[in-house]
Design a protein around this ligand. Sequence first.
Ligand code: ATP
Ligand code: MG
Length: 424
Amino acid sequence: MLKDRTKIHDAPGKIGQKISIYGWVEDKRVVGGVAFLIIRDPTGKIQVTIKRDQNSELFALATDIPRQSTVKATGIVREFNNIIEIIPDSIKILSTAQHPLPIDPTGRTEASIHKLIQNRPLSLRIPEINAIFRLRSITKQVIREFFISKGYIEIDTPKIIATATEGGANLFEVDYFGRSAYLAQSPQLYKEQLTMGFDGVFEIAQFYRAEKSHTRRHLTEFTSVDLEVAYADYNDVMDILEELMKYVFSEVPKRGRAELEILQYKPPPPPKEVPRITYDEALDVVRAGGVDIEWGDDIDGDALDVLARKYPGFYFIVDWPWDSKPFYIRRKGRLSESFDLMIGRLELSSGGTREHIYEELKKNISEKGLNVESFEYHTRFYKYGMPPHAGFGLGLDRLMTVLAGRENIREVVLYPRDPETITP
Ligand code: ATP
Ligand code: MG
């Protein structure tokens, strides 16, 4: 099949030639003795025109084909009245679509997000939805390319783990042959360990958080872009993350121009320079904006609105209170060597310098109220010459909402999982 297939967007270049296209019947019109089929494939659509008095058998077949059925059409490409069309000598139905369809794949009748997700494969026939997931694939490729150009090693860490990474909250428990195991909420400890032998490691993978969040930016299964770099501190990895954002926001619009045109959306331009404000400075901005906030509080709700008004684009919030950060972050008095990358009011990434000194790491664990012994499987490597290192985790799904101009994280994930939905 593939050998004789012409993609529909290549058809206009083949006027006068006989080609075969494969696709689905998006629309069908019969005007007098002429049947018009609009055939679409992921690259475009084209009209197939059949006249009754030229081929009555084909005409009968065409008028009977249910919309959305998959067909092969073979015929001569021609241009008539500025319309490119195919005059077929054969049409083969490869698979028939049964009606009624659960959603309208032309997108003319709008369906709810829920219905689109419940019918995801069929929804991919809606050009906008198809474009979102092509853009996502392009974005992953661009990110991977960036890391590989830096010489970082792509790793795969386990998603089934025996011990809680960050103390047990938000973990899904699974029955592992009668024992308790958990789904990993991040590759954190593994990626840190691996800096013992690699200069830098990255992973793009799904992770799991049992948080009952009903927001437009949380899922229970999300894709994280993780980086960890040896001999680096948080300023170094902020530089890398800033460079990554510049690369992604300039490359993706170029390579995804067709997709963004379908979406009629222009992502924000690549940032020229990403301001780095301290947590303390952020509190000053929030208070000046008339919102009460105590030192040590997380910055959310109204406080974020104030901050986003002053910084509508990318910005870093650095030096968070140590109390608000996990044990593996390097402490700096009552602060920590940590950062969040924000765009407006959306958190895209968190990162920091990691504690690499064995004794200090154990002290951090116990100060967070965790059991030092239960982390020995991890901390023991810090006795054998662990390099200083730093890294970040970046939410790919959240990044995609910004790149594709979508409000809800569920729109940029093929099969989203949230507290209510684990189907299809
Ligand atoms: P938030 O405070 O927004 O819930 P977080 O600080 O708990 O996020 P981190 O542990 O810092 O999240 O994870 C790093 C990044 O991974 C986040 O900045 C975000 O982009 C993404 N992320 C984390 N949890 C989720 C989730 N449940 N759904 C989607 N993306 C997530
Ligand atoms: Mg965070």
